[in-house]
Design a protein around this ligand. Structure first.
Ligand SMILES: [Zn+2]
Length: 316
């Protein structure tokens, strides 16, 4: 009989819940906002999905959560964008309510797993996945398996005298290379009176700017937007060079909203990483976009179940 698992990707903005087969195929998917009543919405979504598939062989629930995970106790240590679930005994709660095994991991770690099982990482045994969005997350696949570490690559410091990060460290990569960093730089330059196409593009309020606005203006030749994307790309390149020198991965897979700006932002990052990392290492790494996009999380979360239950390596 065909096996399925419920894969959940719980981010700061979106909640995705899906029924996924052991082969990584998504059978049914629900997407909701995680902005309010996040725990209740999570329960309702699992309930909705499991009722619709009562006769199917559902082996368990896998959760990928945006935050630092306490794997031993099945809870979330900290999650700056999901304060409502901090400290909640998620694994125990879901096990009790739904009567099936539950597994939990960080969201970028499960995205790496998803890409390994049925995405851009399929052909690689050693790669790093970076999620480039509001913040920056990471997941590491080593010798074909998800490396059981925190992989908080967004919080590697790239500037010893830099800005203070919300994590407590100073000069973290995500303070320079994330969407949040780009937007705050754009707003501060516009507030200082810098001329830019960005002034007109966000319907009168510069506080509603998005990374898409910046990329679009950059393509139209806007100097400030190009500079913001290049600077952020350069910072990302510093981070990539560090990862390449430390881990010598076969590939770095990039995902998240910012890869839409590949031609300026990522190209700049690749250039900077090539300037900094050991030449032999940089020559043998492939820097590529994810192929599952925002579905990597639900596929990877479902994989946690099959892996956890079989206690073997990745499902084939
Ligand atoms: Zn930090």
């Amino acid at each position: 009989m065909k096996k399925f698992a419920i894969g959940i990707d719980l981010g700061g903005t979106n909640l995705r819940v899906a029924l996924v087969s052991a082969e990584g195929e998504i059978v049914r998917k629900i997407r909701k906002t995680s902005a309010e009543r996040v725990f209740e919405t999570l329960l309702e979504s699992i309930d909705e999905l499991s009722r619709a598939h009562v006769g199917d062989n559902i082996s368990g629930i896998g959760l990928g959560v945006a935050g630092l995970i306490d794997r031993n106790r099945g809870r979330v240590f900290t999650s700056p964008n999901l304060r409502a679930i901090e400290g909640l005994d998620l694994v125990h709660e879901l096990k009790t309510r739904f009567g099936m095994p539950v597994f939990i991991e960080n969201d970028a770690n499960v995205a790496a797993l998803g890409e390994k099982v049925s995405g851009a990482g399929r052909g690689f045994n050693n790669f790093v996945l970076l999620t480039l969005g509001t913040g920056i997350g990471g997941g590491i696949i080593h010798k074909g398996e998800l490396l059981d570490v925190s992989a908080e690559v967004g919080h590697m410091s790239i500037n010893a005298e830099g800005e203070k990060c919300q994590c407590g460290n100073i000069g973290c990569l995500e303070n320079y290379a994330s969407a949040r960093a780009m937007i705050s730089r754009a707003i501060s330059m516009l507030e200082k009176g810098q001329e830019s196409l960005l002034k007109e593009c966000c319907k009168g309020s510069i506080y509603k700017l998005t990374p898409e606005d910046i990329y679009k203006a950059a393509l139209e030749g806007d100097t400030l937007s190009r500079e913001i994307l290049r600077e952020a790309g350069k910072a990302l390149g510093v981070g990539l060079a560090n990862l390449i020198n430390i881990l010598s991965p076969e590939a770095i897979i990039l995902t998240g909203g910012l890869i839409g700006a590949w031609n300026i932002y990522v190209q700049e990052a690749i250039k900077e990483a090539s300037r900094r990392a050991f030449k032999d290492l940089v020559d043998s790494v492939k820097i590529i976009p994810s192929s599952l996009g925002d579905e990597a999380g639900i596929v990877g979360a479902a994989c946690l179940v099959f892996m956890g239950l079989s206690r073997t390596n990745l499902p084939r």
